[in-house]
Design a protein around this ligand. Structure first.
Ligand SMILES: [Mg+2]
Length: 240
């Protein structure tokens, strides 16, 4: 029976439906901008926002400011653009407070892993506080080992560089073949840890990467954490 000492998870579209959440939050922001007086058709505004996100990345902090810089000045209808941006930001955050939740089967498995002798951690790419905030808001921080949270911006190494995964293994003190990584993005989450000899699990539950091919074959492909639980029980003799 293969031995497992650590399980690391990706956050976005692995612990919660980032794509679905972002879609709803952005739609609410656009409605709020129009309600605040912006005279642009919501479909047009939405398309423009998608362009801003594509051009400046999804983790950029000033999407709505850029959006306002791109609309015709007369669309402001005499309003201060800062007020329109603020309406969008508030609507986005309110959606976050109300709707940011892990997938139903995530907290139970993390709790059971935390109670086992397997180190449970995170390896994620993104801005330090933003990624940490997600773990707190998803209410999963209490299941994670304090020394096993690795955020690319904080470490200065990002996906898909295998050194990010190597840093996690070295810090926690586990061999690659005793460590599992669970993520949804094949080039970022499967190929690099696989190249080190880690056990890889591709989550095909949701998100924009669900159809992207892998260079290397993941050890497992799952569509729920119920399936992951079964793998941990059957192939690794974990009592979870
Ligand atoms: Mg992801």
């Amino acid at each position: 029976m293969a031995r497992l000492s650590a399980v690391f998870f990706d956050i976005d579209d692995t612990l919660y439906s980032t794509s679905e959440f972002a879609r709803r939050a952005r739609a609410n922001s656009i409605d709020a901008m129009i309600a605040a007086g912006l005279e642009v058709d919501s479909r047009q505004l939405s398309a423009e926002l998608d362009e801003v996100i594509a051009e400046f990345s999804s983790n950029y902090s000033y999407h709505f400011d850029k959006l306002m810089a791109r609309v015709p000045p007369e669309a402001l209808g005499g309003h201060n653009p800062a007020m329109i941006v603020a309406a969008a930001v508030v609507a986005y955050h309110e959606t976050k407070f109300r709707e940011l939740r892990p997938y139903d089967d995530v907290p139970g498995l993390l709790a059971d892993l935390a109670a086992s002798d397997v180190t449970t951690g995170i390896i994620t790419a993104g801005p330090t506080v933003k990624q940490a905030e997600k773990l707190v808001r998803l209410d999963v921080a209490r299941y994670l080992a304090g020394n096993a949270i690795f955020i690319s911006d904080q470490i200065g190494i990002s996906k898909p560089n295998p050194k990010l995964y190597m840093r996690a293994l070295n810090t926690v003190g586990v061999q690659p073949h005793e460590a599992m990584y669970v993520g949804d993005n094949p080039p970022n989450d499967i190929d690099p840890p696989k190249s080190l000899g880690m056990i890889t699990v591709l989550s095909r539950r949701s998100g924009k990467y669900s159809e992207v091919p892998c260079l290397s074959k993941p050890d497992y492909t799952i569509s729920s954490f119920t399936e992951l639980r079964e793998i941990l029980r059957t192939d690794f003799a974990l009592d979870v």
